[in-house]
Design a protein around this ligand. Structure first.
Ligand SMILES: Nc1ncnc2c1ncn2[C@@H]1O[C@H](COP(=O)(O)OP(=O)(O)OP(=O)(O)O)[C@@H](O)[C@H]1O
Ligand SMILES: [Mg+2]
Length: 375
């Protein structure tokens, strides 16, 4: 099914040239996005890139300054939040502290004047979906963060929306609980078949849960695609650095590679971008695509002599940080790797030409900042 074929179906979303400004800040810059019915789409990007603003416009809490938003094929301009076929789950549970779990979930339905008998059936069903039936009489403060967030999801689902908007719903949870909730939410979504638009700045979370990911930067979408595509074929240096990890080298394009400022020569057989010879360019190689070898390879390109600076064990893989001249390179090798160089050893880094990404240096600063913060 194509996105176009689905436009108009229940659970479809379309953003056409949507822009939102706050004074001189362009929070969302002419975004175009189609979400298919039943799709799990993540908006992924660094702080301030416009994720929440996009979600709030979908929910109806903010009005766009330009463009069109369609839900279920209908323009929602002017439609208030409670009349849209969407519900939102926020990062902070925002439950009423004086109400029980069941009362919290029932609240919206009672406001809408849904008959009492129907309210109790729907609340019971929504609590069952998130496995919270047993705690229906608890107050929010008597529950863990994960349990409270399940209640918040139930409170949204009880309205039977065709689209659920989730703004960093797992951001406040510790790592283990977050991973459990990721699996639960994903299972719930595929069971219910409703559309999820899920905001996160955690690339692993986006990768593990989404059908497609829209990677945002400074109010626009850099790239949209399924997790494998955005990982394997990042269209821009920013995406290459934000989704998964990459080692970057700045330099000058040779047309088929990069002559890096540190003297390393990169040859790329599958560049994602063609950068004309002589222009500023970036070469990138993922940590898992670099091999560590003791003997100097018999070639002049795609290799670098380094010294092992540190070795960390991550269970199934070992992370090496090796250094050369003024820079460090991150290398991941499988635990079963034959040779295990030690700190202080001299090793050659080598990589295949098909694993070299080549980008124009448009966003060099952004990428370097991301790389330094390990994002
Ligand atoms: N009510 C507001 N008034 C003024 N500026 C705002 C307002 N809301 C957001 N912005 C600005 O719009 C831009 C996008 O903000 P937004 O909250 O959408 O980012 P985000 O991607 O959700 O970031 P985070 O990951 O930190 O939540 C930022 O520069 C932000 O400062
Ligand atoms: Mg936000």
């Amino acid at each position: 099914m194509t996105a176009e074929a689905n436009t108009g179906a229940r659970g479809s979303i379309e953003l056409i040239d949507v822009t939102k400004r706050y004074g001189s800040v362009v929070a969302v810059d002419s975004i175009n996005l189609t979400v298919k019915p039943g799709e799990f789409l993540s908006l992924l990007g660094p702080s301030g890139c416009g994720k929440t603003t996009t979600l709030r416009m979908l929910a109806g809490f903010e009005q766009p300054d330009g463009g069109h938003i369609l839900v279920n094929g209908k323009e929602v301009q002017g439609v208030p939040p409670h009349k849209r076929d969407v519900n939102t789950v926020f990062q902070h549970y925002a439950l009423f502290p004086h109400m029980t779990v069941a009362e919290n979930v029932a609240y919206g339905l009672k406001q809408k004047g849904v008959p009492k008998s129907e309210v109790s059936t729907r609340v019971a069903k929504a609590l069952d979906m998130v496995q919270m039936s047993k705690l229906a009489e608890r107050k929010p403060r008597q529950m863990s963060g994960g349990q409270q967030q399940r209640v918040a999801v139930a409170r949204a689902l009880v309205n039977r929306p065709s689209v659920l908007l989730l703004d960093e719903p797992l951001g406040a949870l510790d790592r283990k609980l977050r991973e459990e909730m990721q699996i639960e939410l994903k299972l719930l979504q595929s069971r219910l078949g409703i559309t999820f638009v899920f905001v996160t700045h955690d690339q692993e979370e986006a990768m593990s849960m989404s059908d497609r990911i829209a990677i945002m930067l400074e109010g626009h979408v850099e790239q949209i695609g399924d997790p494998e595509t955005v990982y394997e074929h990042p269209k821009t240096a920013f995406v290459a650095g934000f989704v998964g990890r990459n080692n970057f080298w700045q330099g000058t394009s040779t047309g088929t590679g990069v002559n890096a400022d540190d003297g390393t020569l990169f040859v790329a057989t599958n560049p994602e971008e063609h950068v004309p010879s002589g222009n500023d360019a970036l070469a990138a190689v993922r940590p898992e695509c670099i091999n560590l070898v003791v003997d100097q390879p018999a070639r002049s390109e795609n290799q670098l002599l380094t010294t092992v600076a540190s070795v960390s064990h991550f269970g199934d893989v070992l992370q090496y940080v090796v250094s050369a001249a003024e820079r460090e390179v991150v290398v991941l090798v499988p635990r079963t790797h034959a040779s295990r160089p030690k700190v202080g050893d001299r090793v050659w880094c080598t990589w295949a030409a098909e694993d070299v990404y080549l980008f124009s240096a448009r966003q060099a600063e952004v990428v370097m900042a991301e790389a330094l913060t390990g994002a």
